[in-house]
Design a protein around this ligand. Structure first.
Ligand code: AHR
Length: 333
């Protein structure tokens, strides 16, 4: 009788120890804590987007949102309206709601260490979409999907070098930069200047931010024209929206865009194809915003415990005005 009592006590003890061990395992504080929770389960995903500043952004928001909901997951969306403080708040809200994953496209490159550390401590993986962060500790984010902005800047400059290969004398460039401190503004400028460093005839005589918007692009181009007028040979705009705004300013000033001033944009949005088909813009360097489905697959794989690549680049091209009319009907964004 005493023996039977002892063996029952032993079984109870073993069960209690096993329960304790499994409880300890589930309260791990690393960002891998949620990995292995099952890729096919319904997930709750928080998405903090930059804003709605451009045609590109609208297409990107739609791509990511529809991929998340289309896969049957719950989406918590927040528009930062181009303000970092809104983005910090949104990420903290997602952490408080204990989402399964956070997707965010950082407005600027710096200043996210603390909040990303908070996400890591809470065991929530963070996926960078479109824009990267400038952070020493890469373990604070799980994966990045987006474009190589430096390469986009190089492509823009390479087009220019080719276009002016027989030209002697200086070529004066006005540059419309994207949002100050943002990855695309920093990197596109870097890539563009890197190529032009070997071609001293190209001179950037004006450069200022137009914050990636049409209205600012127009306003800043008006100021450039007031200062330099017909001295400007080329406009390099960090996105198509600012280029489209600038085209309006050039026409109002009485010059012909694409002829008197060559226009280079980045993104490859429909608006740029329309401008090129109308003979008002010379070239656009593609920046593909339609990576929503790929992003969701990466999140699901990570949460299913699979290894995912740290950096995933999207494929992109360069389009010139002579191709525009033919390609316009099939442009997806
Ligand atoms: O981060 C991508 C850039 O952001 C796009 O080129 C621009 O249009 C957008 O605002």
């Amino acid at each position: 009788m005493q023996n039977m009592f002892k063996s029952r006590l032993l079984v109870l003890l073993i069960v209690a120890v096993m329960m304790l061990l499994s409880a300890c395992g589930s309260s791990s504080s690393s960002s891998e804590a949620k990995a292995g929770s099952g890729g096919s389960d319904k997930l709750t995903i928080g998405f903090s987007q930059v804003g709605a500043e451009s045609e590109w952004r609208t297409a990107n928001t739609e791509s990511v949102k529809s991929a998340i909901t289309g896969a049957g997951h719950e989406l918590k969306f927040s528009d930062a309206q181009q303000k970092q403080e809104n983005q910090l708040k949104a990420i903290r809200d997602f952490i408080a709601q204990d989402v399964d994953a956070i997707v965010f496209s950082p407005v600027v490159e710096t200043g996210f260490e603390t909040v990303l550390q908070e996400a890591k401590t809470a065991g929530i993986p963070v996926f960078l979409a479109d824009r990267a962060v400038d952070i020493e500790d890469d373990s604070l984010w799980t994966a990045f999907i987006g474009s190589d902005f430096v390469e986009e800047g190089r492509k823009a400059a390479n087009w220019l070098v080719e276009e002016y290969k027989d030209h002697e004398g200086d070529v004066n460039i006005a540059e419309l930069q994207g949002t100050v401190g943002s990855a695309p503004a920093i990197d596109r400028k870097e890539g563009f200047e890197e190529v032009l460093a070997d071609h001293p005839k190209f001179k950037i005589i004006k450069t200022q931010t137009g914050d990636f918007t049409r209205s600012k692009g127009k306003e800043v181009m008006e100021a450039f024209l007031k200062d330099e007028g017909e001295n400007i040979d080329v406009l390099f705009s960090h996105n198509d929206d600012m280029a489209i705004g600038a085209i309006q300013a050039i026409e109002e000033y009485g010059l012909k865009p694409a002829e008197d001033i060559k226009i280079i944009g980045v993104d490859g949005v429909k608006g740029a194809f329309e401008a090129m088909a109308d003979g008002k813009m010379n070239v656009t360097v593609e920046c593909n915003p339609l990576f929503g489905e790929q992003l969701v697959e990466i999140i699901e794989s990570h949460l299913a415990g699979e290894e995912v690549e740290k950096r995933i680049a999207v494929e992109e091209s360069v389009y010139t005005m002579d191709q525009a009319a033919e390609l316009l009907p099939d442009r997806k964004y």
